[in-house]
Every structure is written in C-alpha cells, then in structure tokens.
Write a protein that binds this ligand. Sequence first.
Ligand code: GCO
Ligand code: MN
Ligand code: MN
Length: 400
Amino acid sequence: MPDAFDPTPADRFTFGLWTVGNRGGDPFGLPVRPALTPVQLVAGLAQAGAWGVNLHDNDLVPFGAPAAERDRIVAEFRRAVADHGLCVPMATTNLFSHPVFRDGAFTASDPRVRAFAVQKAMRGIELGVELGAETVVFWGGREGAETDACRDPRDAIRWYRECMNALTHWVRGQGWNLRFALEAKPNEPRGDIYLATTGHMLHFIETLDHPEMCGVNPEVAHETMPGLSFLHAVAQAMECGKLFHVDLNAQRIGKFDQDLRFGSEDLKGAFFLVRMLEGTGGRPAYDGPRHFDAHAYRTEDVDGVWDFARGCMRTYRILAAKARAFDADPEVRAILAANAHADEPLDCASILRAGGANAAARLSALSVDPEAIAARGLRYERLDQLLIEHLMGVRGGVHA
Ligand code: GCO
Ligand code: MN
Ligand code: MN
C-alpha cells in the first residue's frame, strides 16, 4: 500500500548497478540470485521510485570488450535510462577486480600497473561523461598491503597523488566540468588500505594539483567498521565544502563490510546523519544525490532485492520526517537554547569568532566563573530521551 513515505524522483535517491545487481555471492558461497541485466535493473529502480543509477565501467561493459560491442551496450543502456526517466549522476572505475590490480592500481609497485590504472580510469570517465555523470568516484579497494615489507607507504601515497593529478589535469584539458569524490575504507579487501578514513582523504586532497576538483565520498560502513563516528566524518567534509557524494548503508562495528539496508543497524546514527544531510536544524542541506551502496541479504530472491531497495529509501524519508519533528520540538529547542547561552553578557563567542591577533588577550581579560558554570547540569539525558521517544514513535508523529 503506497503511503507518504514512498520515494519519488524528487528525493534524488540513487543506487549502483552493483547494489541491486548483487547476486549474494560471498567468499564462502556462490551467488544465490539470477543475474539481472543492466536494462532490467534500470526498469526495477525506476519502478521502485529511484531517481538515478550509478555504475562502474565493468558493471555495464565487460573488461576487454571490443569497441563496437562497448558502443552497442552503452547505447542500449542509455536508451533504457532515458525511457525510464532515470539519470546517471555518478560513474566510477573498477580498479580492483582484475588480477592485474592484485598489488594495487594507483599504488602498485609496478609503474606499468599504475599507467594501466590511469588508462582504465580515463575510459571509465569517458563512459561517465557519455552517460551524463557529474561526479566520478574513486574507491581504491586494492590500494593497500597485507605486508608493509612490500613498499614504503610514503611511496604509495606519492604514486596515488601522481595518478590523481594526471587525471585532474586531463579532465580539465577536455573541458569537462566533473568533480572527483574519493572514498576511504580502512581494510577489506586489503589487510590495510592506504588513506583509511575520510579524514585521511581530506588531507590528501589538499596536497593535489587541483584540490578544488576533489572532495570525498564517505560511506557509513567504512567509518563504522573501525568504530569511528560516521556523522563526524560527514560533518568535517561538509564544514569544508568537500561532501561531493555519500554512500549510505548500515554496518555493525568491528565486522566485515556488511553493506546492509540503510538504517537497519544503528538507527540513532542514521537519524543524526539524515538530520545533518537534510539540514532540518536550519543549516544548509547536502545538495548531492542520496546514494545507497548496499545490497540485499543473501537470503533474498529478486523480489527481496526490491524490498531492500524500497526499504533503504523509505527509512531515509521516515528519518527525514522524524528529524524535522525533532528539530521543531519545543522541549528540544529549549534545552539546546539554554546551553547555547546566546545572550551571555561576556560576549565570549563573539570574541572567539572575531579572532585576530588580540583574541587571546581579550579573552584573558574576561572574568569567567568556572564554579558557577560547572554547578549546572546540561539535561542531555532528557534531550536524548526525547530523541529516543521521537524515534520510537511516541512523540512528534511521523508526517511526511
Ligand atoms: C566497497 C565500496 C564500493 C565502492 C564502489 C564505488 O566497499 O566495496 O564501498 O562499493 O563504493 O566501488 O566506488
Ligand atoms: Mn562505497
Ligand atoms: Mn563499502
């Protein structure tokens, strides 16, 4: 039964071909679902209410396909995307499946592999441009090591930079207005992957020839696996204007990359994330696609895949409604306002904000009473309970 939380194209939800196309194979078991063609996946996504479809080069065109075959496949896919009213906002390159990348792609010790990786990324970018993509994601799945005896990680980082620089210069030379979104992951499939977190990536980007072209594509699972706060990673990226894309899914701390249905674990974390992306607290919203990089449980058949896809999108929309209700809740607002002390007479915040050479001297002249401040509790127990009651549906309602 359709209801107010069913997704519409206006929500700008996207899925990768590899997500709804995932056949449930894992390191211990064979695929359990039939292979759906890219055209079938496009039809299913449109029916489920998605706005766009993203892809790796080899999700669509098999590795090594002759040019004529490639052109035929791409033309057929483009027609299907247009016929179903979808778009292709993001494209990426598979630099991890082929055995040539067993020691990495941009960070492989063999410079011929690094050159081949750049060539393959160029072809992947051309494919993205042909399909209308505006964002190119780079996920360096094989950029890492099992044993650091193999190379000095400083060389790996330099080689990574050289490849990214080559690609940014080339894209600019082509006159394309593309943005690169770099995706971090701490491990899997490599023992340790270089540039393991969104924070590592944000610094690396500042060392590139064209940092303005590059931002990040943080993924819930990748920051959660090592127990880090995904919200804080996204916040840091947003605060410096670098959230170019986002990979939504769910994950439990300390486990393998589970790629679960969005919101199916850590509902509270998912709530805070949606609240920040949607800007329900009054700050600017994230303006890119809401992309799901997840897949259905291995227990599912093809119908279950579409249950999974609809579930990701519905949970996002329900959490967005809950975030609006939470941020409008008078008791929530009162607790937050009381702790912000916007009208404190000493003007500490404005001195800090103004900064400058004499900010420390001006602060030093203030008479702050630590005992009086320390005596007061902050009511975060009540605040968090309000949040829990919103999430459990006993407060705030859930109006779309
Ligand atoms: C993973 C990654 C990938 C990338 C994808 C797009 O852990 O396998 O999340 O799914 O996001 O390759 O770059
Ligand atoms: Mn991802
Ligand atoms: Mn992942």
